[in-house]
Design a protein around this ligand. Sequence first.
Ligand SMILES: *[C@@H]1O[C@H](CO)[C@@H](O)[C@H](O)[C@H]1NC(C)=O
Ligand SMILES: *[C@@H]1O[C@H](CO)[C@@H](O)[C@H](O)[C@H]1NC(C)=O
Ligand SMILES: *[C@@H]1O[C@H](CO)[C@@H](O)[C@H](O)[C@H]1NC(C)=O
Length: 253
Amino acid sequence: MLQSIFVVISALLIAQTHADSTAESLHGTWSSKSNQVFTGPGFYDPIDELLIEPSLPGISYSFTEDGYFEEATYQVKGNAKDPSCPVAVLIFQHGTYNISSNGTLVLTPFKVDGRQLLSEPCVDKGTSTYSRYNQTETFKSFAVSIDPYHGQYKLQLYQFDGAPVQPLYLAYRPPMMLPTETLNPTATDDSSAEETGSSNSKRSLSNLVKRGLENRQRTNAVKTNREGFIFTNVFWYFSVLMIGVGSVAFLAY
Ligand SMILES: *[C@@H]1O[C@H](CO)[C@@H](O)[C@H](O)[C@H]1NC(C)=O
Ligand SMILES: *[C@@H]1O[C@H](CO)[C@@H](O)[C@H](O)[C@H]1NC(C)=O
Ligand SMILES: *[C@@H]1O[C@H](CO)[C@@H](O)[C@H](O)[C@H]1NC(C)=O
């Protein structure tokens, strides 16, 4: 009995001290401490091209063993000048990743598939901006280990300058992800053409988003022009409230 406990403890110590930096160790869905943001269909609906706001801010990355990644982030940035004016950003991206021999991890998105929803309540007067998004992400290194406090697998990513990203914890293995292929293969590579609706073979992005929101009755979003759509004040106050709850939850943790 005592012996097996020692075996478990030493196994934990070994796992803890030997951080792993292989594709095999990366495999799975990872989520930040709030444990509310996950990649997959709960964050981005590719049929309606709809980003779905999680209840709390956080970030999530998923990796397959064969070189595909997916990213879901919901971040709220405070405004130093006016704390009541936070900026909220939701981002979805997926594509391929590559681990170099020096340990650098590069995420290369499928450019036509990325989406961003940017909300600046004090600047945009309640009109959130929905747009295409593509950003190659380079992490100088990463390490997977067992977090002795949470008793969970932990993924530590380091930004290009070496600064650590907030730690991520394993949520699903195998990962919860959308199909690892381009989801909008008919879309033109030129985002501006799509946004202005000049392509008559495909409905404009804004139309698709508006339809998705109306279908779900999440808001009574009203299309105002080609570029955007209006979120009601109710939606905004709700968002700001959730942002507040999220920040408190983070601080209290
Ligand atoms: C990563 O990129 C390097 C250089 O481009 C390439 O040699 C290697 O095969 C790639 N690895 C994977 C897993 O795709
Ligand atoms: C690691 O290798 C990649 C590609 O091989 C390169 O772009 C990057 O600068 C290297 N990083 C470091 C820290 O040397
Ligand atoms: C990718 O992002 C760049 C910079 O924002 C933009 O110029 C380009 O059109 C985007 N590409 C696609 C396919 O969306």
